[in-house]
Write a protein that binds this ligand. Structure first.
Ligand SMILES: Cc1cc2nc3c(=O)[nH]c(=O)nc-3n(C[C@H](O)[C@H](O)[C@H](O)COP(=O)(O)OP(=O)(O)OC[C@H]3O[C@@H](n4cnc5c(N)ncnc54)[C@H](O)[C@@H]3O)c2cc1C
Length: 382
């Protein structure tokens, strides 16, 4: 039998690529390898599960077996790739070598861990996949108070969702506003005020110095000396694209695994997409870009080399208490911000001197204007 196309990872990138490719090629063998249980799920739902009262099983859309049948593929679950041998076109799973025709890296990004003192490291939960989510839900069942580390998009989404699920939330981050780097301060204030309205208490500035067990609960000591009592900690301090195995195999690495617009790495027959990939300098950890990459790469793998294009990529942040859509100005662009509105309804626009729209942040009622504004936004990869 000819060597299969091998996709490493069964997240949205791996599975969507497999689906798109199977539309074009029903013959070539396909092998998916995943470190997790291979269940298909939509990762964005992880930060809406408490409000919707859905556990991990409730968020899973299909078991690995059903996906294998649907994709006419072999899926190896709980199996971790440990090396790549580009010269011989094979990957290593421990001592076992697996040959590939083409190899696709869709192995995502991993949560950054911040060093914290104390005896309760075990009570800090990153939530980056279904299994993380299941562990966290088990940890907070019957509990009341959650401390979130990180005021980025994911930290804010969890703050909204856990509040909606009945938890008392404290949010700690060493920055001056929520979603710094992504949001204009006026929009950040609107979101923060909305979350405060739900009872979220913000501690912006200090970091977590230590976390210790105290009876059945936990005590967090902040770098400014203040104390927070809680029952569990969510770590949402950021993600780092997985690159170590690619670097060890000699692939070009920057922030992510570097690929061109055809999603080709620096080595023949090896491609990357999703959170692990840096596409012409852009490492976008969102669903829309990976879907565009999956469609383009499916064609390339089916024999029609195709470059990916990114249109505007606005992000809808799931903070229903203060709806938010944001499209940050492209890196390196220069524009002036104008802000209209007040309270929870903010329209912040960034324009070039010529008047061309570079980016925006819309909150509350202003979100309605997104469709009209999207038509004005520049494409990220034309
Ligand atoms: C809580 C949360 C909410 C989000 N909300 C949104 C949103 O609203 N909108 C949006 O656009 N984006 C959102 N995102 C981002 C979006 O979900 C991700 O960009 C996307 O799901 C990444 O998919 P992926 O397939 O690249 O990676 P992953 O889903 O992380 O998949 C990686 C896969 O690789 C496997 N793997 C890793 N290492 C190995 C190895 N060595 N061997 C074998 N397998 C391996 C893993 O087991 C897994 O199957 C959110 C992210 C989070 C965490």
């Amino acid at each position: 039998m000819s060597a299969p196309v091998v996709i490493v990872g069964t997240g949205l990138a791996g599975y969507n690529l497999a689906k798109e490719w199977r539309k074009l090629d029903t013959q070539t063998p396909l092998l998916l390898i995943t470190a997790d249980d291979g269940r298909s799920y939509s990762k964005p739902m992880l930060s809406t599960g408490f409000g919707k009262n859905k556990d991990a099983d409730g968020l899973a859309m299909a078991e690995a077996g059903a996906m294998a049948e649907q994709l006419d593929a072999e899926i190896r679950t709980h199996t971790r790739i440990t090396g790549i041998d580009p010269g011989h076109k094979r990957v290593w799973i421990g001592e076992e070598a697996v040959a590939y025709r083409d190899l696709v890296l869709a192995w995502g990004a991993e949560p950054i861990r911040v060093p914290v003192e104390g005896d309760a490291q075990d009570a800090i939960y990153p939530i980056n996949d279904l299994e993380d989510y299941a562990r966290f839900r088990a940890a907070v069942a019957g509990k009341r108070r959650v401390l979130i580390l990180g005021a980025g998009l994911i930290g804010c989404e969890f703050a909204n969702d856990l509040s909606a699920g009945g938890y008392q939330v404290e949010l700690l981050a060493p920055c001056e506003q929520v979603m710094p780097g992504l949001l204009h301060p006026a929009a950040a204030s609107a979101v923060q005020a909305g979350l405060e309205g739900l009872g979220v208490r913000f501690h912006l500035g200090p970091v977590l110095a230590s976390l210790d067990h105290q009876g059945d609960a936990l005590q967090a000591t902040l770098s400014d000396g203040s104390l927070i009592a809680c029952d569990a900690v969510v770590s949402a301090v950021g993600l780092r694209p997985r690159t170590a195995l690619a670097a060890a195999a000699g692939l070009d690495i920057n922030r992510g695994v570097m690929v061109d617009r055809q999603l080709r790495t620096s080595h023949a027959n090896i491609y990357a997409l999703g959170d692990c990939a840096e596409v012409e300098g852009l490492n976008l950890l969102y669903v829309m870009p990976l879907m565009a990459c999956a469609r383009a790469l499916a064609k390339t793998l089916a024999g029609e080399p195709t470059a990916v294009s990114y249109g505007p990529m606005p992000v809808t942040v799931k903070t229903p208490v203060c709806p938010l859509v944001v499209s940050p100005p492209p890196r390196g662009s220069h524009g002036e911000w104008t802000v209209e509105g007040s309270g929870s309804d903010i329209k912040a626009l960034c324009r070039e001197a010529s008047g061309a729209l570079l980016g925006y942040a819309l909150t509350g009622a202003a979100v309605q204007e997104k469709l009209a504004l999207n038509r004005e936004l520049p494409a990220l990869l034309a």
